[in-house]
Design a protein around this ligand. Structure first.
Ligand code: HEC
Ligand code: HEC
Length: 347
């Protein structure tokens, strides 16, 4: 009798063969990076006077991404010669800005603008003094390739990260894939979004914890009245309208600001209105770091600017008594958050 191999058993037998060969000890199946993916959300607690963080739909905050972004932020591996990290120019004790007028990039190259502080950036519609980056994802890769900063290429950084077991693991956890440019941008952007500051004396007043001093209250009034005009440009929970204005600094334009991007003469000398939070730690001031102290800034605004071609109509001379100047200063300083600059979460 002929032994018939029942056709139903054939796929089964084949399956066994495949199964066994897959378990061959000398041929391990490559691990699936997706298996490591950890989507645990990262929670940011905000006070009632803050709107929700603005987070892009395709890059929700997760613990794995924020941890990876933080590690990258502090790692000189991003720079061409492994000499500087983001943190070299963005120091926490200085509200993540640089106490130097102009930051030094790789090889001691001096930049042309003052490094900006990093906090509450999730709300910003654009980034840099001239707004040339439309998102934090776009912004975060730019310093890597800037010749005056890290002088590297993103592809070189990705290769270095791929060569690191630790980084490869962290990318698998954060994105379920090997290191790539997209993950690099999304991780750094995620960390940046979690840096929030809302514990200044002014915030504590709004939270009902401690009242403002009489001097801070008088300063608030000066700031918000039509003589000094500050509030027209510096308003909202971050003291900025996020507009681009010329506050009259340059009699002749050395730095065109927004105008260099758009090419419109009417945009020459316009820069992003900065937040006035944490000024106590972020000197020097303005895009070119020309003022060392807030007293100088106040004197400057009182002088009415330098009649630059596109100077805003709101910048015109006004007088304050010595007491009023002190009060305005006291209000400005009430926006500085001593807790944020030592917060462990960002270290
Ligand atoms: C060599 C110094 C230097 C390094 C390194 C550096 N930055 Fe900056 N950063 C600056 C300067 C200067 C500016 C302002 C530049 C401009 O507006 O043209 C800036 C601006 C920014 C802004 C814009 C903030 C805003 O309010 O619009 C962000 C965000 C930022 N940097 C994050 C980073 C990150 C992330 C890294 C690392 C990947 C980094 N920086 C590396 C000097 C530096
Ligand atoms: C017309 C809009 C406008 C008005 C009014 C205005 N500012 Fe500004 N402010 C700006 C812009 C724009 C900048 C950045 C300019 C630059 O760097 O080129 C700035 C920068 C500053 C800075 C520096 C912040 C930093 O991080 O470097 C301070 C402090 C400041 N303003 C305080 C005030 C005070 C106080 C008043 C009222 C006396 C005032 N501003 C009125 C638009 C304005």
């Amino acid at each position: 009798m002929k032994a018939h191999f029942p056709s139903i058993l054939l796929p089964l037998a084949l399956g066994m063969v495949l199964l066994f060969s897959a378990c061959e000890p000398d041929e391990p199946a490559p691990p699936d990076p997706m298996e490591k993916l950890d989507l645990t959300p990262y929670e940011v607690t905000l006070p009632p006077h803050f709107p929700d963080l603005v987070v892009p739909e395709d890059n929700p905050l997760t613990v794995a991404k924020v941890n990876l972004g933080k590690k990258l932020f502090y790692d000189p591996v991003l720079s061409v010669d492994n000499s500087i990290s983001c943190n070299s120019c963005h120091l926490q004790e200085n509200a993540f800005s640089d106490p130097n007028q102009f930051s030094l990039g790789v090889g001691g190259t001096e930049g042309k603008r003052q490094a900006m502080p990093i906090f509450n950036l999730a709300y910003n519609p654009s980034f840099f003094w001239d707004g040339r980056a439309a998102s934090l994802e776009e912004q975060s890769l730019m310093p890597i390739e800037d010749p005056a900063e890290m002088k590297n290429t993103v592809s070189e950084v990705v290769n270095r990260l791929k060569a690191s077991t630790e980084y490869t693991e962290m990318f698998h956890k954060a994105f379920g894939k090997d290191p790539d440019a997209e993950g690099l941008a999304k991780a750094i952007a995620s960390f940046e979004r979690t840096i929030v500051s809302h514990n200044s004396p002014y915030d504590k007043y709004l939270k009902g914890i401690t009242p403002l001093t009489p001097s801070q209250q008088r300063g608030w009034l000066i700031f918000n009245q039509e003589v000094a005009e500050c509030f027209h440009c510096h308003n909202g929970h971050n003291n900025t309208s996020y507009d681009f204005r010329d506050n009259g600094l340059q009699a002749t334009y050395e730095d065109l600001g927004l105008g260099a991007l758009t090419g419109h003469e009417s945009d020459y000398g316009k820069f992003k209105v900065p937040s006035l939070r944490n000024l106590k730690f972020s000197a020097p001031y303005m895009h070119d770091g020309r003022f060392e102290t807030l007293e100088e800034v106040i004197e400057y605004y009182m002088s009415g600017g330098n009649n630059s071609p596109n100077q805003d109509v709101l910048i015109r001379p006004f007088n304050l008594t010595n007491q009023e100047k002190q009060d305005l200063l006291a209000y400005l300083l009430s926006l500085s958050d001593e807790e944020f600059i030592v917060e462990e979460e960002y270290k």
